[in-house]
Design a protein around this ligand. Structure first.
Ligand code: GSH
Length: 260
C-alpha cells in the first residue's frame, strides 16, 4: 500500500506509520483501481457501497442490470446469491456480497477512519447498522407485513416510478407513514445525537443509512404518499451530502427525474 512501503492493507499501513492522507494520495495516483464495486442505481443497498468505494478512491464502479445480469454466471461468481451489491478486489482476489460486509471491508482495507475506535466503539456502529436494517429498513418484526416501514413508504414509490410492480402501495398509506415516522424517530433518538450516526465524523453506518434515507426524504415520496420525513432525518441527509461529495453525483445519476 503505497508510500514506498509494502503493506497488505491500509490498517497495516497506518499501524506502520503511513498517514491516511498518504494512502488516499496513493489510491488517487492509480490508473487502475484495485476494487470493482458492482451496483445498480435503483438499489440503495448497493449505492451505499458505490458511494463509499468511489469516495475512498479505491474502486471502479460497474452497473449490473437487475433484469437478469445479477443471476448470470459472471456476477454469481462475485456474489453467489446473485444480488447487488458485489465487490471484487483484484489485489487479493476477494469477492464479496452483502452491503455491510463490503462497507466494513472497504473501510478496514482502504480508509480505516470510516470504521474507527475501540472494539466497543465499533460494536456501537454495528448496533446502529443492525437496528437500522431491522427496525427502519425492513421492520418485518412488526407482523411480517411488507407494507411496514420503508417498504410501504419508499419502495412502493420507487417501484411505481421505475415500473417495477413488486411493491404495491399499502392499503392504509397514512398508517404506513405514521409507522415509518415512529421507526425513524426512535432510531434517530438513539443514534443521531451528533451530526452523524455515531458522532460528528462519518462512519460506515452513515453510508448504510443515508442511501435509504435519501429516497425516503425525496419530493416524489412526499407527493405520492403524503409522507413527511422527520426534520432530524432531513437535516441528517443534508449534512451527509455536504460532507460527502461522491454522494451527490451518484444519487443524482440514480434519482434525478425520478424522485428529485
Ligand atoms: N442483504 C443484502 C440485500 C441485497 C439486495 O436485496 N439486493 C437487491 C437490490 S436492493 C437485488 O439485488 N435484487 C435483485 C435480486 O434479488 O435478484 C445487502 O445488504 O447487500
Amino acid at each position: 500500500m503505497g508510500s514506498g512501503a509494502s503493506h497488505e492493507s491500509a490498517t497495516a499501513a497506518l499501524a506502520a506509520g503511513v498517514s491516511e492522507a498518504d494512502i488516499a494520495a496513493h489510491l488517487a495516483s492509480l490508473e487502475k483501481k484495485p476494487v470493482t464495486v458492482f451496483y445498480n442505481p435503483g438499489s440503495s443497498n448497493s449505492l451505499s457501497c458505490a458511494i463509499m468505494g468511489s469516495s475512498i478512491g479505491c474502486a471502479e464502479l460497474k452497473v449490473i442490470q437487475l433484469t437478469g445480469e445479477q443471476k448470470g454466471p459472471e456476477f454469481v461468481a462475485v456474489n453467489p446469491y446473485g444480488q447487488v451489491p458485489g465487490m471484487s478486489d483484484e489485489s487479493n482476489g476477494l469477492n464479496l456480497g452483502e452491503s455491510t460486509a463490503i462497507l466494513r471491508y472497504l473501510a478496514q482495507q482502504y480508509k480505516p477512519s470510516l470504521y474507527p475506535g475501540s472494539i466497543a466503539e465499533r460494536a456501537r456502529i454495528e448496533m446502529a447498522i443492525a437496528q437500522f436494517k431491522e427496525f427502519v429498513y425492513e421492520p418485518w418484526h412488526l407482523g411480517k407485513d411488507s407494507s411496514n416501514g420503508y417498504v410501504g413508504v419508499s419502495y412502493c414509490v420507487l417501484g411505481d416510478v421505475m415500473g417495477i410492480p413488486m411493491w404495491p402501495y399499502p392499503s392504509d398509506q397514512p398508517a404506513a407513514n405514521a409507522g415509518f415516522v415512529d421507526a425513524l424517530n426512535k432510531w434517530a433518538g438513539l443514534y443521531l445525537q451528533g451530526t452523524f450516526v455515531c458522532g460528528d465524523a462519518l462512519t460506515i453506518a452513515d453510508y448504510c443509512a443515508v442511501a435509504i434515507l435519501y429516497v425516503a426524504v425525496s419530493p416524489k415520496v412526499k407527493e405520492k404518499t403524503g409522507f413527511e420525513a422527520p426534520e432530524r432525518i432531513t437535516k441528517y441527509v443534508t449534512d451527509f451530502l455536504a460532507a460527502e461529495p461522491a454522494a451527490a453525483e451518484l444519487f443524482g445519476q440514480a434519482f434525478t427525474g425520478l424522485l428529485y
